[in-house]
Design a protein around this ligand. Structure first.
Ligand SMILES: NC(=O)c1ccc[n+]([C@@H]2O[C@H](COP(=O)([O-])OP(=O)(O)OC[C@H]3O[C@@H](n4cnc5c(N)ncnc54)[C@H](O)[C@@H]3O)[C@@H](O)[C@H]2O)c1
Length: 320
């Protein structure tokens, strides 16, 4: 049996690496929009016979056909190809819509035609919006969205629900927290970096770390290795059938506290890290308790922010 992964970016490359390390055969599709070709080349070099890379746009049926026909034994798909950035300069709205709305529909159609039953999709904890109740379980309704990339998660989740209902697919959506930590693809373009990763790079460059108005609000985080683990745990959860959403979050921490952790770990390495607070700060809210259906399969993301920050600062200090 083989696995198809769309999107070999920050999280997808970690997932591909873990799957290959466990002896899986992997077909991957990516158009190199926001990833590191040399990291993909390294995965190919290390696992030449079991890693098949299709370079192309996941929003084109011919590319998806090529991927499914590369390996007839594909029985599981991980969907991570996306214009993932909320930054307005990251991509045009049309590019975001083609990649985040059209491509997932084409992927689901291709799964139906090739008889592949299970899709595990990388969604976001941000689907709940920024006003969170004291307990967040997966049946909470969608909240307010601030950008097209996150808004598209809501469409794809409903699309998955429709394909599960209409075509009997098994569609599992994993609502990941903001992902941080050291993985095979490490970005240096701030538009495509999450706050902890960007703060760590800024600390090593001697730049000020800016925390904006929402800084005191608790934000959901997960380490990149745990994000990949959560995707695999969802896939292995055989009793999850039809359409199911699962939360994947390890900590709820204010962004201002992430900046403080980065400054602290920076100081331990003799870096002088300055934090600037931009705009008026909200009053800090209590962190909600996040429930996850992945508890039922014994999956708990265990890595902590401070360890992820430390490994990233060391990486950026030693990287060319
Ligand atoms: N990083 C996070 O904090 C986070 C949190 C929650 C959810 N997610 C979601 O997880 C998924 C992966 O996120 P990531 O952080 O690895 O992002 P990423 O940008 O590193 O990965 C996305 C990958 O998709 C590829 N891609 C973009 N357009 C494409 C296209 N048209 N055809 C083929 N490939 C294309 C990019 O080149 C990239 O490799 C995204 O859907 C993202 O929204 C990420």
């Amino acid at each position: 049996m083989a696995v198809l992964v769309t999107g070999v970016g920050y999280i997808g490359a970690q997932l591909v690496k873990d799957l290959l390390a466990d002896g899986e055969e992997v077909v991957a599709v990516d158009n190199l929009f926001s990833t590191d070709a040399s990291a993909i080349a390294l995965l190919q070099k290390d696992h030449n016979s079991r890693f098949h890379f299709v370079k192309g746009n996941a929003g084109r049926p011919a590319v998806l056909r090529q991927a499914f026909e590369t390996c007839p034994q594909i029985d599981l798909v991980f969907g991570l190809a996306a214009q993932s950035s909320a930054h307005p300069d990251a991509a045009s709205p049309r590019y975001t819509e083609n990649t985040n709305l059209l491509a997932p529909r084409l992927l689901l159609e291709a799964m139906v035609s090739y008889g592949v039953r299970t899709l595990v999709y990388a969604s976001s904890f941000r689907v709940y919006g920024d006003e969170l109740p004291p307990v967040v379980a997966e049946d909470l309704t969608y909240g307010r969205f601030g950008d097209l990339s996150h808004l598209s998660k809501c469409y794809v989740e409903k699309l998955m629900e429709m394909y599960a209902w209409r075509h009997g697919l098994r569609c599992l959506t994993v609502r990941l927290g903001v992902t941080y930590g050291l993985g095979p693809v490490m970005k240096k373009d701030y538009s495509f970096m999450t706050a902890p990763n960007k703060f760590c790079l800024q600390a090593t460059r001697g730049e000020k770390i800016a925390v904006y108005g929402s800084g005191p609000n608790p934000t959901a985080f997960i380490h990149v290795a745990d994000a990949a683990g959560a995707m695999r745990a969802a896939a292995s959860y055989e009793t999850l059938g039809g359409y199911v959403a699962v939360n994947a979050v390890s900590e709820m921490v204010p962004v201002s506290s992430v900046a403080a952790i980065v400054a602290d770990e920076g100081r331990r390495r003799s870096l002088d890290v300055a934090i600037v607070i931009e705009g008026s700060q909200n009053e800090a809210k209590a962190a909600p308790r996040v429930l996850s259906r992945l508890d039922e399969v014994g999956f708990r993301p265990g890595r902590r922010l401070r360890d992820g920050v430390a490994e990233m600062i060391d990486y950026f200090l030693s990287a060319p």
